[in-house]
Design a protein around this ligand. Structure first.
Ligand code: SF4
Length: 275
């Protein structure tokens, strides 16, 4: 429910009390502990366990064995179940700053541009995409933690859950960690990059911008292909190469786009700022 808090019409309801859960791969551990109905809207839903399959609903093209597929926009069965479900024990972990969609960031572009010109902000990191359970994904956590204080960190998608458990402080009066939303908001990240390039009168590849993409499935690959189609160079992708990147394909992408795979540890060069 994290992104839901960014929508004024949803936020207007007191029912939207907070957020529950982490990245997609935790759902089979987290959903059994959730007491109410769950509506899954995207392909990242997993086949439910016995303990919660009666409470799992899916919409649109999403369907899983054991879950109930809602074929229309009639949510009355979900609402009825919610009304009779036992309350969820409130567990306040922390507060999060959210809602930095591309409109919001471009709305403060003037402030960001003048902070870059004055040297207060010296770099941008876009770290995000899908999350997964494999070893090596703490690369993204480490990269965000090591980003210099004079930088802004933009996140999106499930990858944010590896990054947001840390206080990054502020720079130029802005929170250093700006969450842009869901994986689909990669479009917004591209808009921000294009908007900043326009403001500085340069190309996206000339911006002080490092893109580190965590991939797991097709959406993150679509984001990568979109960035490559736009001619964006120097992207790091990991923790392993998507399956379509065979050694030969990787060689071509390396030559044409300076595409890199994430290393065992984020290298020091990632955090060296241009003077
Ligand atoms: S970021 Fe990836 S894993 Fe997470 S919901 Fe989006 S597509 Fe699924």
């Amino acid at each position: 429910m994290l992104p839901a808090h960014s929508y004024p019409k949803l936020r207007a309801y007191s029912h939207l009390a907070g957020h529950y859960g982490g990245p997609w791969q935790n759902q089979q551990f987290e959903f059994p502990l959730f007491t109410g109905p769950i509506v899954a809207t995207t392909n990242c839903v997993l086949i439910p366990w016995e303990s919660y399959k009666d409470r799992l609903f899916t919409t649109r093209v999403t369907a899983v064995p054991g879950g109930t597929r809602l074929k229309t926009s009639d949510f009355s069965s979900v609402i009825e179940m919610a009304k009779t479900s036992p309350p969820l024990v409130e567990r306040k972990v922390r507060e999060s700053t959210i809602g930095f969609s591309h409109n919001v960031i471009l709305g403060i572009a003037e402030k960001v541009v003048s902070a870059v010109k004055s040297g207060e902000i010296r770099h941008f990191y876009l770290i995000g995409g899908c999350d997964g359970a494999e070893v090596g994904r703490n690369y993204f956590t480490k990269a965000a933690a090591a980003a210099p204080n004079e930088s802004l960190i933009l996140t999106l998608g499930c990858g944010k859950y590896r990054i947001r458990n840390h206080d990054y402080g502020t720079v130029a009066g802005l929170p250093r960690l700006l969450d842009m939303g869901q994986c689909n908001d990669a479009y917004g990240a591209i808009q921000v990059a294009v908007g900043l390039a326009k403001a500085f009168g340069c190309g996206v590849n000339d911006l002080p911008l490092t893109i580190i993409l965590s991939w797991f499935e097709q959406k993150a690959v679509a984001v990568l292909l979109t960035l490559l189609a736009l001619g964006v160079k120097g992207i790091r992708v990991g923790p392993v190469a998507p399956a379509f990147i065979t050694p030969n394909v990787f060689k071509v992408l390396q030559e044409k786009f300076d595409l890199k795979l994430t290393e065992a540890e984020p290298p020091a060069e990632l955090f060296q700022l241009a003077s």
